[in-house]
Design a binder for this molecule. Structure first.
Ligand SMILES: O=C(O)CSc1cccnc1C(=O)O
Ligand SMILES: [Mn+2]
Length: 601
């Protein structure tokens, strides 16, 4: 079969089928080149979808504004279409796969009319991995193509590596906004009907109607978490919503730490941390997704399958994340739903004193007297990870890095102490499975509501969460029977507040003090208080050198309040009951043991 771009029959057949259904005016095969990026972004600027920023401020960078109806992940429109509804579980929306495909086929029919269908071959993780994880996204959004070039290894090199028979995840995306001949386009075309659908058995992704973020950059949440978590269950590894950091002590001891925090709870900031403790060094491997497989040494090795950073903009500045700001200063980035300054740069809340005038994320005039924020709370920067000044060399290693500790963290005003070490692996899985956090703007819906967010994966588990918990329990078997090879598990909470609503802990670079305690626990050095909920740091065991924090706040942030934890028990019981007989019995046993320890406390 001769074709100018590929000899992959399944790929060609799929593309022909989709083109016949969606009827694009043309098909463009993306090669991932600089010329292609220039052509794409020039056209997006010409159409008004992008504004080129001043090259003196952010070279080769752009400002985008979405339709106000298309600003975040749409969890209520996200479906896991497993053959058996029971396999989707109680935390996912489900529709029969044949019914969903029939419904979406009619949505896709003619949806790309008047537009270009882009063929985006990509790879999640290094191309030289033992088993490269290929995907091909067909999309009618040039904004998505530009973003995928930043976020994934994308283009001709991938297509070549796929050869004529590589497995790949077909990712079909349409914004659902066909153009009639002569009809002018809008800056952010989308459709009020949105479906983000996953077909686990056939490892397919179909997305319709949204042009933004995790709804449309299908390599990220859809592939690298929801579909990959199903593959990981079947193949004995973990696809997790985690940062990966390399932490080096002043003595040169290196530890690798993975951290699971819900959306917009500071993973990017932690992954790029500038420690306040002298001599400690953080280097970044990843800020959002970790794939963890057992190495020959029986340890869990983690890789970051992404090629870029898609971070929350508001709150990011030189105090909270100087390395992110240094990454962005190098340009080659797309900023979405932030504000535009009059001199061609970007601005968002948290960047210090606002300019006298801005163009806000809705394209309106904004001044410091404006009531609404200039930038959407879920506004994002999209930037190449290789621009990160503290990117660890190991990022490029297809083996990844051996994980010493896993942090589970949430955003809780109360109850959860600053840092607790799990009693053992199963207790660590219990802490992850019962992780709770206040909701954020990363997903459409009310903000600030406490919900269970197991392993920070609630919106991303591609199958029954009860089976997911069991998979985590079973991972202990993979450590060649030696539990000491497994990462230690810790539960952190940077967000506890005092009675006046103020934060008890300064967070950001000061979190390096907690990381030091974690490392010293790994070395068997740091003290901890044995409590009903686990091994909790004591004020004396934390290195507080140079930190201005009063003793009352320190004791409050580390407190295990019996009544607060007793109040958690019925909430956890209600949470566990959702999973019926699929909830591992050992987790019920952990709850019973916690209840007994609290009774004795
Ligand atoms: O996809 C979006 O629109 C925001 S959600 C997101 C983006 C990057 C990294 N993580 C998330 C998340 O919700 O966890
Ligand atoms: Mn995330």
């Amino acid at each position: 079969m001769s074709h100018p771009h590929t000899s992959h029959p399944r790929l060609l057949a799929w593309i022909d089928e989709v083109a016949a259904l969606t009827t694009p005016d043309r098909i463009v095969w993306c090669d991932g080149s600089d010329d292609e990026w220039t052509t794409l972004t020039d056209a997006l600027v010409e159409s008004g979808a992008l504004v080129r920023l001043d090259p003196e401020k952010k070279p080769n960078s752009f400002w985008a504004r979405t339709d106000p109806s298309d600003v975040a992940r749409v969890e209520e429109r996200t479906f896991i279409c497993s053959a058996d509804e029971a396999d989707a579980g109680p935390t996912n929306n489900w529709m029969d796969p044949a019914e969903m495909k029939s419904l979406m086929t009619e949505l896709y029919r003619g949806s790309m009319r008047g537009r270009t269908m882009y063929v985006v071959p990509f790879c999640m993780g290094p191309l030289d991995a033992d088993n490269p994880m290929f995907g091909v996204e067909l999309t009618d959004s040039p904004y998505v193509v530009a973003s995928m070039r930043i976020m994934t290894r994308m283009g001709a090199e991938v297509l070549s590596a796929m050869g004529d028979d590589a497995d790949f995840v077909p990712c079909l995306h349409s914004i659902g906004a066909p153009l009639e001949p002569g009809q002018s386009d809008v800056a952010w075309p989308c459709n009020e009907t949105k479906y983000i659908s996953h077909f686990p058995e056939t490892r397919e992704i179909w997305s319709f109607g949204s042009g933004y973020g995790g709804n449309s950059l299908l390599g990220k949440k859809c592939y690298a978490l929801r579909i990959a978590s199903v593959a990981a269950r079947d193949e004995g590894w973990l696809a997790e919503h985690m940062l990966i950091m390399k932490l080096t002590s002043p003595e040169g001891v290196v530890r690798y730490i993975a951290g699971a925090f819900p959306s917009a709870c500071g993973k990017t900031n932690l992954a790029m941390l500038e420690p306040t403790l002298p001599g400690w060094k953080v280097e970044t491997v990843g800020d959002d997704i970790a794939w963890m497989r057992f190495g020959e040494d029986g340890r869990l090795w983690a890789t970051n399958p992404e090629f870029g950073l898609f971070g929350v903009a508001p709150g990011t500045d030189f105090h909270t994340n100087p390395n992110a700001m240094r990454t962005l200063a190098k340009g080659n980035s797309v900023f979405t739903n932030v504000a535009l300054t009059d001199d061609g740069d970007i601005w968002w809340e948290g960047m210090g004193e606002p300019p006298a005038h801005l163009t806000d994320w809705k394209g309106q005039d904004w001044t410091p007297e404006s009531e609404a924020p200039s930038s959407h709370p879920n506004s994002r920067f999209c930037t190449p990870i290789e621009q990160c000044p503290i990117l660890a060399d190991e990022y490029h290693d297809p083996r990844g890095v051996p994980i010493d500790a896993i942090l589970f963290g949430g955003r809780r005003k109360t109850t959860i102490p600053l840092v607790t070490e799990a009693r053992d692996w199963v207790h660590g899985v219990y802490l992850g499975a019962t992780l709770s956090s206040e909701t954020t703007a990363a997903a459409v819906g009310q903000v600030g509501v406490v919900r269970r967010d197991p392993m920070a994966m609630l919106p991303f588990i591609g199958y029954h969460a009860g089976d997911y918990f069991q998979h985590w329990i079973d991972m202990a078997k993979g450590a060649s029977g030696d539990a000491s090879k497994l990462p230690k598990v810790f539960y952190v909470n940077w967000f506890r507040r005092d009675e006046d609503g103020g934060f008890l802990w300064p967070g950001f670079g000061e979190n390096s003090r907690v990381l030091k305690w974690v490392c010293e626990r790994l070395d068997g050095k740091a003290d901890a208080r044995e409590t009903a909920i686990g091994h909790v740091a004591t004020p004396e065991s934390l290195d507080l050198t140079g930190l201005d924090i009063d003793q009352a706040a320190l004791e409050a942030v580390l407190r295990v309040d019996k009544d607060e934890w007793l109040a958690e028990l019925p909430q956890v019981t209600e949470w566990f009951e959702k999973f019926g007989d699929k909830l591992p019995a050992v987790l019920w046993a952990e709850l019973d043991a916690l209840r007994a320890r609290l009774a004795d406390a």
